[in-house]
Write a protein that binds this ligand. Sequence first.
Ligand code: A3P
Length: 288
Amino acid sequence: QTELIHTFNGIPFSTRVSKELLQSLDTFEAREDDVLLVSYPKSGTHWLTEIMRNLYHSHNEDNGVSKVTLTSPLEFGDLSKFDELRNLPNKRLIPTHLNYEMIPVQFKTKKCKMIYVIRNPKDTAVSLYHYYKQNPNLPKIEKWSTFLEMFLKGEVVCGSWIDHVLSWEKSKTDENVLVLYYESLKEDLPKYVKEISTFLGINVTEEQVKDISKKSSFSEMKEKAEKEKVNPNHTVCVLTSNKKLIFRKGTVGDWKNHFTSKQNARFDELFNEKINSSELARRVEYES
Ligand code: A3P
């Protein structure tokens, strides 16, 4: 088996993310109108890209929004990626799983808009477990209990969930950063489609909000993914271009079908103190 994971700055990354790219992140030239979509894996990245893509497509010619390209993740591939993005004439919507420290400095100094989406860590762990089981780009995992231990120790791709959220804590008062929760979107999607449109400065009608909410529902996205041919150049998640691996259940609370009460107690024991110390993590909900 070829190497699937390498470690950089103590964090496990897919080998689809090159070390030289990670070393050069701070040389990345951001543009003021770039939009970053940031997440820990399995937090709803594809969902958000669908909402944002539809929002940009729904605009009228006269509201001044330029053409937008959803690029592959910032950290995906090797250094040639930076040239590729430099040569892109359109406004760039860039997904990434990087923690706040690793985000190229120019995105911060130029105050680019960034959306950070958070999902409750128990459902995130379950979703990532199934991803490990099905995704050939991730190491083989046999048992849930083994995986949960890896997750708790931060020995999974992108490292510890709580460290990722804690790193973004620093940005929580920045006006250019919008923090969203997977569970809130599940509860009232139209409300957040509107909030995202306001944040991005896109005018949409009530009708368009309704239409976008429908198009980005789990069932419609899953159905579309099943019909779509896999295109290796269309990558939202570093770990796969195969969207069929993404739409599993799309619910809140699936963790209850996986965690034993002992595992739940261990999770709370290891995570709760840090979660309570973080304003962003504290707001996480476990069921709708
Ligand atoms: P599950 O494995 O729990 O089903 P990411 O896009 O960051 O890889 O996250 C994938 C998770 O988001 C999967 O969770 C997937 O089903 C869920 N998801 C994707 N689109 C969704 C949607 N439109 N509504 C709700 N959940 C969605």
